[in-house]
Design a protein around this ligand. Structure first.
Ligand code: HEM
Length: 132
C-alpha cells in the first residue's frame, strides 16, 4: 500500500518534536556551565542551539502542510508531492547542516540544501492554495 507523502509529513512532524525535546535535554546537560562549548555566544553553541530550535520550527511547518493539504479537494498532485518531500528534505537536512557547520564553519554553503528545499516546498504549497 503506497503511503501518501502527507502521512510522512505528519510522522516527521511528531518525530521532530521528540528530537527537539531530546536535543533540548542534551543542551540542558551543559548549558548551566557558562563556558560550555566556548560560551553562550560561541559559534559551536549557537549552531547547536539553532539545530535544537529547527526541530520545532520544521515540525510545525510539516504539521501545517499536512493540515493545509487536508483542506484541498484533491489530496494529491505533483505539486503536493514535491512540496511534501521539500518539507521533509528541509526538516532532515537543516539540523544536520547545523551540526556539520558547528564543527566545520566553512561548510556554510551546505545550508543551501534545506533553504532551497523549504523555499520550493513553500512556493508549491502557496501555488496550490492560490488555485483553490
Ligand atoms: C524538553 C523540552 C526542552 C528542553 C529540555 C530545552 C532545552 C533548552 C536549553 C538547555 C537551551 C539553552 C541552550 C544554550 O544555552 O546554548 C534551549 C534554548 C532554546 N530553546 Fe529549548 N528546550 C526544550 C523545548 C523547546 C521548545 C518546545 C522550544 C520552542 C518551540 C524551544 C526553543 C528554544 C529556543 C528559541 C532557544 C534559544 C534561546 C536563547 O537564545 O537563549 N525549546 N533549550
Amino acid at each position: 500500500m503506497k503511503v501518501p507523502v502527507t502521512h510522512l509529513n505528519l510522522i516527521i512532524a511528531w518525530l521532530w518534536v521528540i528530537l527537539g525535546f531530546a536535543s533540548g535535554f542534551a543542551l540542558g546537560l551543559g548549558f548551566h556551565d557558562e563556558k560550555w562549548l566556548g560560551g553562550y555566544a560561541s559559534h559551536k553553541r549557537r549552531l547547536y542551539r539553532l539545530g535544537h530550535i529547527s526541530f520545532f520550527g520544521l515540525a510545525l511547518m510539516n504539521l501545517m502542510f499536512y493540515f493545509t493539504v487536508r483542506s484541498f479537494p484533491a489530496h494529491s498532485s505533483l505539486a503536493i508531492t514535491v512540496a511534501g518531500w521539500g518539507f521533509i528534505g528541509g526538516a532532515v537536512s537543516m539540523p544536520i547542516c547545523c551540526l556539520i557547520m558547528a564543527h566545520q564553519p566553512k561548510s556554510r554553503a551546505l545550508f543551501l540544501i534545506p533553504v532551497l528545499s523549504l523555499i520550493t516546498a513553500g512556493a508549491f504549497t502557496l501555488w496550490e492554495v492560490i488555485k483553490l
